[in-house]
Design a binder for this molecule. Sequence first.
Ligand code: IMP
Ligand code: MG
Length: 180
Amino acid sequence: MEGYRLNPLLSQEQIASIVQHLADQISEDYGGRELVLVCILKGAFMFLSDLVRYLRIPAQVDFVRLASYGSGTKTSGRIEITKDIEIPIEKKDVLIVEDIIDSGRTLQFLKDRLALLSPRSIKVCALLDKKTRREVEMEADYLGSEVDDVFIVGYGIDFNENYRHLPAIYYVTPIDRSKT
Ligand code: IMP
Ligand code: MG
């Protein structure tokens, strides 16, 4: 991708420490319960895979894929599910695993939808949170780090399907060619 600069935000080591800390909290809170992690594809796949390895308790894993209709980097109000969970969650403790909370609409949609399946509880674990962008009320129960209103890539998170493979997290800025 030309015309953009990737600026380091969180190193691999910083991410590892954040994710380990989250896994410790979750392991303490959910010991002895039937925990189902529901990962929102695609952005949270790397986060989920690290998180589950740091957990010290058993957990089942499932995935959803959501499509939101809007232009560019902005999530519109309309969200659809394009791949649903496959394991039963009735009477189980569900923890949604998300990469970034922005407007909050994606999580609001998914929480409402999963609630129809009568789980024992539904909570949210998010790696990053852009709190200043919120449009609906939504708080992560487990949060890695708050971030400014910047566009983020790496560690599973994409910009037009690029940069997901990067092991660290960056924010994207346009290169101003008039200054070169
Ligand atoms: P929300 O519904 O507005 O909270 O949007 C959350 C979704 O938008 C996340 O699951 C991400 O996929 C995407 N998103 C939000 N901010 C960024 C970003 O900075 N980079 C890449 N994707 C983002
Ligand atoms: Mg996402």
